[in-house]
Design a protein around this ligand. Structure first.
Ligand code: IPM
Ligand code: MG
Length: 360
């Protein structure tokens, strides 16, 4: 029996509800595939602020460092929105990414045939979409300095953030993206704003310089505004996208909606070594928290990514993904992916349906 220590970070809002489903699912596949999970839970985000006064207690970061992988649900909520930025729940998430060196964020956006009608876009536009967004996660404007709100000489306030990338930061995310593209359909589109920003010019140059090392990957470049438009106009032109932190944040939400609901999308955040963090792309949805309405499938699919990318248990990952397809095939839907004639389930019932499918 293989043994793994998994840190669970349920966080805020719908986090605890969807995490509970993912843990049940992991237990079931653990039994089936002879994997033993030792789960340990820690505080992050608003839940951590309420208990300890800070969004990322050092005990949480330590526990994550000493685990094989981290499964995170979501952080944030109205309650903490007016706190200063370094004490908000989001600072906990950013601190976790930085603290574990998770520079590479993989966000797959795949349209499942069962959910085509849940997309707001036409069937002909979204059918067959299969995109991997590789987002740089520990640099760019999210972390650049100087940052802050400063008083000018006239007494007026001025807000400042800095978008910066070093060559080595660009190179390491570039390599992850070329490798990902190589395992997919061999097409990589690098997204930047090189027509305006020097940081993007360096980005484009450095990515281009890597290209000869990956002759099997066809590299193209696109400005971010055009990329946003093309994602909605003709998403099937994309295979793998690589981009910086802010552009990746925005484009991955746009890509998510091609698939019907952001409630379906998992992500993996990986560093050069050490545990990865696996979390849904969506947020904590405070408006529906505690109402048993959330879609747990992005969380469950994040657990599958964890099995595949960090724990090397691809058979167990496949089993979970097949189970998700099966419940959808049967017509089970949460509210966010509901369409006519389907069975509307709450978060817990969706979890039970999935477990039943996994045990069959
Ligand atoms: C995401 C989220 C986070 C981000 C927030 C919650 C800080 O939007 O993971 O995409 O901006 O990275
Ligand atoms: Mg985001």
């Amino acid at each position: 029996m293989t043994h793994y220590r998994i840190t669970l970070l349920p966080g805020d809002g719908i986090g605890p509800e969807i995490m509970a489903v993912a843990v049940d699912v992991l237990k079931v596949v653990g039994n089936k595939f002879d994997i033993e999970f030792q789960f340990q839970e820690a505080l992050i985000g608003g839940a951590a602020i309420d208990t300890t006064g800070e969004p990322l207690p050092s005990a949480t970061l330590d526990m994550c460092r000493h685990s094989d992988a981290v499964l995170l649900a979501a952080i944030g909520g109205y309650k903490w929105d007016s706190l200063p930025s370094d004490l908000r729940p989001e600072a906990g998430l950013l601190g976790l990414r930085a603290g574990l060196g998770l520079f590479a964020n993989l966000r797959p956006a795949i349209i499942l045939p069962q959910l085509i009608d849940a997309s707001t876009l036409k069937r002909s536009v979204v059918e067959g979409v299969d995109i991997m967004v590789v987002r740089e996660l520990t640099g760019g404007i999210y972390f650049g300095k100087p940052r802050g709100i400063f008083a000018t000489e006239t007494g007026e306030k001025r807000g400042v953030n800095t978008m910066a990338y070093t060559e080595s930061e660009i190179e390491r995310i570039g390599r992850v993206a070329f490798e990902a593209a190589r395992k997919r359909r061999g097409k990589l589109c690098s997204v930047d704003k090189a027509n305006v920003l020097e940081v993007s010019q360096l980005w484009r140059d450095r990515i281009t310089q890597l290209s000869p090392e990956y002759p099997d990957v066809e590299l193209s470049h696109m400005y971010v505004d055009n990329a946003a438009m093309q994602l909605l106009r003709a998403p099937k032109q994309f295979d793998t996208i690589v981009t910086g932190n802010l552009f990746g944040d925005i484009l991955s939400d746009a890509a998510a909606m091609l698939t019907g609901s952001i409630g379906m999308l998992p992500s993996a955040s990986l560093g050069a070594s050490g545990p990865g963090v696996f979390e849904p792309v969506h947020g904590s949805a405070p408006d529906i928290a505690g109402q048993d309405k959330a879609n747990p499938l992005a969380q469950v699919l994040s657990a599958a990514m964890m099995l595949r990318y960090s724990l090397n248990q691809s058979a167990a990952a496949d089993h979970i993904e097949q189970g998700v397809l099966q419940v959808l095939q049967r017509g089970d839907r949460t509210g966010d992916i509901m369409s006519q004639g389907m069975n509307l389930l709450g978060c817990g019932a969706m979890g039970e349906a999935l477990i039943q499918a996994l045990e069959e």
